[in-house]
Structures are given as C-alpha cells and as structure tokens.
Design a protein around this ligand. Structure first.
Ligand SMILES: [Zn+2]
Length: 178
C-alpha cells in the first residue's frame, strides 16, 4: 500500500459537493438558542443580551450553552454539539457567580429544555435536559433526559461510526446548501 493511500483512508468526502476533509468533522455548534428566532429581528437588539455561552431574553428567559456528546463506540473520537438549553433564573445567576469557583463541580445539575434541533433526530426542541458543571475553564456538559427519545438512548448507549457519518453528512449538506 502506498503511504499516500494509507493517509487518504482517513479522509472524509462530503457527498453533496465533494469537499474533502482531512478527517471526519465531529464537532458542531449552534451559536443561538432556538427561542432567539421567535423575537422579531428589529427587536432583537433591544430585547436580547447575548454572550458566547449565555443569553437572556426580555430579562426573564435564560439560556446557556453546553456540550452534548454522543459516544461513537467504534471510533476514537465522539460526536459533539455545543448547544443551548434553557435554565432557571436562579441557576443562571448561580452559574455566573460560580463561573471561576473550582467548587462549582459539586453543584447539582441544572434542569433545562433543549434549545436546538439535532439533525436527523425527531424534534429535539424543548426536550428535557440537565447541565452538569465541569472544572473551571470547561464547557458545561449537557445530558438529555427525555424519556423514550432516540437522542437519550444514543447518548447513553453510543452509536456506530456509520450512523455518525449519516448525521455528519446531513449537517454538511445543510451547511453547504446555504
Ligand atoms: Zn457538501
């Protein structure tokens, strides 16, 4: 086998347009919570406070961004999504207060409703989730808690690389269309 071919094996080619990746892209993110889009564009500046991982709408709807990981059982890396969930005002304030506190990992998980659609899954908007604090400097971990939902099952049990490729291809096809 030529060395060149050996390395090529790891490459990932987008089916929709042929774009080549050195390796399969497995980390994706949403920059905004779904609720954002329910606010008319001309009112967003006034009603929304948006930071990289925190968002407040109308001073009463609170959101934060965390990492949802789906284990890939036959691959060395996992599929991950940096996505938004709602969070109560109390927990939102607690998160901000504890942001640089090493003891934050002892906090109880924060309940929230998922705020992004995960491609290829049936509706994932407003399904149950909990956010688990990580060490300072690491993004909060999101666990799906919606009973009977495929995403809950997949996060708990993992998926095969072939299935991950389907999800990735779906995401790329959407991205490459626009
Ligand atoms: Zn493409």
């Amino acid at each position: 086998m030529k060395l060149n071919n050996f390395f090529n094996k790891k490459k990932f080619k987008c089916k929709c347009c042929g774009t080549e990746y050195d390796q399969i892209p497995l980390c994706f993110g949403s920059t905004l919570p779904d609720y954002y889009f329910s606010i008319p564009p001309e009112e967003r500046d006034e009603r929304i406070i948006l930071e990289k991982s925190l968002c407040v709408i109308d001073e009463k709807h609170f959101f934060h961004r965390g990492r949802l990981t789906i284990p890939i059982i036959d691959h060395s890396e996992n599929l991950c999504f940096d996505i938004w969930t709602s969070i109560s005002r109390e927990n939102f304030e607690k998160r901000k207060e504890d942001w640089n506190d090493p003891k934050r990992i002892e906090n109880e998980p924060y309940f929230g409703w998922l705020q992004n659609q995960i491609p290829t899954y049936e509706n994932t908007i407003n399904i149950k989730s909990r956010a688990i604090e990580q060490h300072v400097g690491s993004i909060v971990k999101i666990e799906i808690g919606e009973e009977g939902h495929q995403l809950t099952f997949d996060q708990e049990n993992g998926i095969k690389l072939a299935r991950a490729k389907e999800i990735v291809q779906c995401i790329l096809s959407n991205e490459h269309k626009t």
